[in-house]
Ligand binder design. Sequence first.
Ligand code: PEP
Ligand code: MG
Length: 574
Amino acid sequence: MVGEKVFQGIGVSSGTALGRIFLREVVDLTFKNVKISQEQIAGEIERFQQAVERVTEALKYERSKVFEDLGQEEAEIWTVQLMLLEDPEIFDAVMTSIKQDLKSAEAAVNDVFAGQVQLFEDLDDDYMRGRAIDLENLRKRLLMQLLGKEEKQTEIPSDSILVYLELTPTDVGAIDKNKVVGVIAEKGGTTSHAAILLRSIGIPAVFGISDFYQKVKNGTGVAMDGKTGAVILNPLPETKNIYRAQMVKERKQKIELEKLVTLPSVTKDGQKIELFANIGSLAEARAADVNGAEGIGLFRTEFIFLGRKELPSEETQFKIYRQVAQLMGQRQVIIRTLDIGGDKKPDYIDIPPECNPFLGYRAIRLCLKEQEIFESQLRAILRASTYGRLSIMYPFVISVEEVREANRILEQVKVQLEQEKIPFDKEIPVGVMIETPAASLLVEDFFQIVDFVSVGTNDLAQYTLAVDRMNAGIAHLYNYFHPAVLRQLQLIGQAGVKANKLVGICGEMASDPLAVKLLLGLGFNELSVNPSSLSLVKSLIRETTLAEAKKIAGQALSLPSAAAVKEFLTSVTS
Ligand code: PEP
Ligand code: MG
């Protein structure tokens, strides 16, 4: 009998799965590289143009399918590919290669696209590397057309775990959820588009196991854990039992938690806690709605800006904000203004190279300088505000002056809209994110001029501890249970209670079951969490009293280290 073999990758979409390997076919795209004659030029150009037309048609069809299943934001990935395919520079380069270098359509496509892929892969930027995947996908699809190699639609057996060298968003769009229980790929990271889509459709996935494709055969049994990144080939009966038990547990938890969806989020002693969701797209707003979100506590609008080649227009933004507003109806939707910069840099916004991008030109700093971008976003939000209950939230502030300046621009935009007789919510609430130690120390001052605050613990922990949240090498030092973070949260919570205003948390800490009671005890009255965590967080809110939560917070604050706090919270969380 063949023994088990354990591989460790990166868990990019959580959930446990047991199934059998199904290798996604690697199509042979080799071709003879011979020079064409002058007479063949016209024919090769026509072949290239036809291939572009067919791939364009296929991409448009897939885009409409994804739009229906997942929503507009996810469909943007196909829009990007269509734009790349229509890019005149790339198109002309292929034409020149056929006409002047006398290359066949295959050779010209291959060389030009491979060159572009290389160019993007070499860039030190996750977003740009994402474009390399898009271009590689286009190279393969065009070559398949030219070589007459349609991807074979082999019947995929039930309980398949698909294995790829590298997965494209198009591949995810084609996955049959009834048959596929998991995905494994050699390449790719947590923030790749493919990973985001896999999480959206809820298929467990592990990326980053090198040489995996070569080592496995179709039909081999496999157990995988999309949370820990563990993959076990030929699992022994006892391993299978462990995974089966875990799957049953996950299913039961899901069923139990689903029962809570329509129940209100109140503590055992009747204290209302606003349980909101974090979203980055309309599709996520739908997930938030289905999972019982009482509002949106953070709409990360930068995702609208990132999946594009050029600045989204006011009209494009307006439509997206309007759709989210309409979907949520009378539930509050907090739209965060553009938080670009740091690790999120679209190439159409000019951000000079920086030694410390996370301490640099980002978020509100950029918006106050690039006022046209800011104004167009504010106009879009205000115009959408009559379709629901919108609020505006400024990210990454460090001073009261910044908020005053942002509000001054907001007032100007309101005046313009009034002059244009465009309706908007004149009382639209305005809040700030507390993401820097400077902001948390000034929280009382902020409460004087804003309607609410929401703590971005992801950044607050990073800036308080001087620990880069993206650096895996020092990840052990990154911890929002650190006493220095907790003491700031205490300050913010107390200020919120004193001001009698909405005081929330929208960083990942709010989705952490260990942190929920502690945060209630510190005075927070709004938690904004991942749509998939809503029910779990609600169950914790509903099982505690405020007195109990305050006691937990008091004890946690007296502890000397993050480790001690975590150990204590583990002991008091069911
Ligand atoms: C945060 O910093 O906690 C936050 C919610 O913002 P982001 O994760 O988008 O930086
Ligand atoms: Mg942040």
